[in-house]
Design a protein around this ligand. Structure first.
Ligand code: SF4
Length: 482
């Protein structure tokens, strides 16, 4: 095992890891890869102790279901060894910066899934941790496994996706690689495909570059067909000669199915999805949730790319006690809670690119809204400090993009507001240059008009706004405000 006492500096990864001291505006950022987002109780306590000792008493779940600890300092080699011993830190430090392997947080317990993807995640993680040459990959090289269940991760951004589908009574994995989406694989073939894709990348990228190009950009430049041709010699079968059926691209995911209580595929057991406000968890909450999982479940915590977590394997009869305990910790489990679908990037307290204090303003907004409105359908609200959109790449109902607004000849923080699930990155621009004091009432008006005028009970706010022109939406919202 390698346990550096100094930060690794032989190349500069773009993404932080545990062994790479990555400076942020508010201090050093440590990120622990959690393959598939699953941790056991020993790991849960170890992470909480790490954040207590070297951070500021809290952790964040990221949008790749990693755990991130801000403002860490003074971490010793003994601590790295301790984390490695409980299976948290890479045993191979060179590859510690690579992106977390993503899988549905309900893998193995999802009542609708076609296949349990946890063994595939473990197999790929073991491969990565045994191959130091993979340090030459772009830090953004990202792989996801979707088991075809109710909680799909297909809409999350990943460069290589394996999505389970059923065809003629068999389960296959559909390879989604750039615009190639109709190659079918046997489950046992997926690992060798990742290995071949990685090898082609290493063959074709100058390893002396300080900043590696992304796989998706190479495929955009050279074409996916070219990339697949290069991968052929590394595979014991031909990808190009596979029959290519027409596949349904729609994702049959039940929205927000990861929050609240849901029966598992194992009879008599449920999982409960818990809302973490903006992905944050105090270390005392992490200790308590870990104990809760140990007492009532299997000791397993499952982190989600929606920056929440699940406790699984709870006998149905224990669900009421678990709900009470969660609420005693100041947390919520109801998918309609105003914070259930709230995401915000780091914002200007931790990122120099941000125009606004996204997290502080997101929490202030929801504190205001919960006094005046009760949601009956989740509304996804996304705060982003700049156009890079680090916190969330999926579809939001409302996106607030940070900017500086001129008020009384002074520049103050504000937002441009976008709505709906259009093709544009954030949706359609509805309002520009809204200052912070104007924001809460304006968002409240939008929510109230949506609740009154939606076509059906479960129409989302994004779907509602998509039915109107921007001019008509402004008219509807402005009328309500008068
Ligand atoms: S979205 Fe922009 S402001 Fe927010 S963390 Fe990313 S780079 Fe920083």
């Amino acid at each position: 095992m390698l346990c550096p006492t100094e930060p690794i500096t032989d190349f500069l990864p773009v993404c932080p890891g545990l062994f790479y001291a990555t400076p942020a505006r508010d201090g050093i950022l440590s990120r622990i890869r959690i393959p598939g987002g699953i941790i056991n109780s020993q790991q849960g306590h170890a992470i909480a102790q790490f954040a207590e000792q070297f951070g500021e008493g809290y952790v964040h779940v990221t949008n790749r279901a990693n755990l991130q600890i801000r403002k860490t300092q003074g971490v010793t080699s003994e601590v790295f060894t301790r984390l490695q011993q409980v299976g948290l830190a890479s045993t191979l430090t060179e590859v510690d910066h690579l992106r977390n392997i993503m899988a549905s947080p309900t893998a193995g317990i999802d009542s609708l899934e076609l296949i349990d993807t946890r063994p595939m995640v473990r197999e790929l993680d073991a491969y990565i941790c045994g191959h130091p040459e993979l340090k030459g990959l772009s830090p953004k090289f990202s792989v996801a496994f979707d088991g075809g269940g109710a909680v799909s991760i297909c809409e999350q951004k990943n460069e290589v996706v394996f999505r389970a589908i059923a065809l003629e009574n068999n389960v296959y994995f559909q390879l989604i690689l750039g615009d190639a989406t109709n190659i079918l694989l046997q489950p046992e073939e997926c690992l060798s495909v990742v290995v071949a894709i990685a090898q082609v990348y290493l063959d074709n990228v100058d390893q002396t570059l300080p900043r590696k190009p992304r796989l998706k950009h190479i495929m955009q430049d050279k074409g996916v067909e070219w990339y697949l041709q290069q991968a052929e010699p590394y595979l014991p079968f031909s990808l190009l000669k596979r029959s290519k059926p027409t596949l349904d691209q729609s994702v049959n995911s039940q929205k927000y199915h990861h929050l609240g209580v849901h029966p598992q595929r194992q009879p008599g057991f449920s999982y409960i999805g818990i809302i973490l406000p903006l992905g944050q968890l105090l270390t005392k909450q992490l200790h308590s949730l870990t104990d809760l999982a140990q007492t009532y479940g299997s000791g397993t915590l499952r982190l989600t790319p929606w920056q929440n977590l699940l406790i699984s394997d709870i006998p149905h009869s224990n669900i009421p006690q678990v709900k009470d305990e969660i609420e005693r910790l100041g947390l919520h489990w109801n998918a309609n809670h105003i914070q259930s679908s709230l995401v915000a990037c780091t914002g200007k307290t931790g990122c120099a690119s941000s125009a606004t204090d996204t997290k502080g303003q997101a929490l202030a907004l929801t504190d205001y809204l919960k006094k005046y409105i009760t949601l009956d359908v989740p509304v996804k609200i996304h705060f982003s400090g700049c156009a890079k959109s680090c916190a969330y790449h999926g579809k939001s109902d409302i996106t607030l993009l940070g900017t500086l607004v001129e008020k009384n000849k002074t520049l103050v923080e504000g937002y441009h507001i976008y709505v709906g699930n259009e093709e544009q990155a954030f949706g359609r621009e509805l309002y520009t240059n809204v200052s912070i004091p104007e924001l809460p009432h304006l968002i409240l008006q939008m929510l109230q008009v949506y609740q009154i005028k939606r076509a059906e009970f479960d129409e989302t706010l994004g779907e509602f706004t998509n039915r109107y022109t921007i001019a008509k939406l402004r008219q509807l919202f402005d009328e309500e405000g008068q």
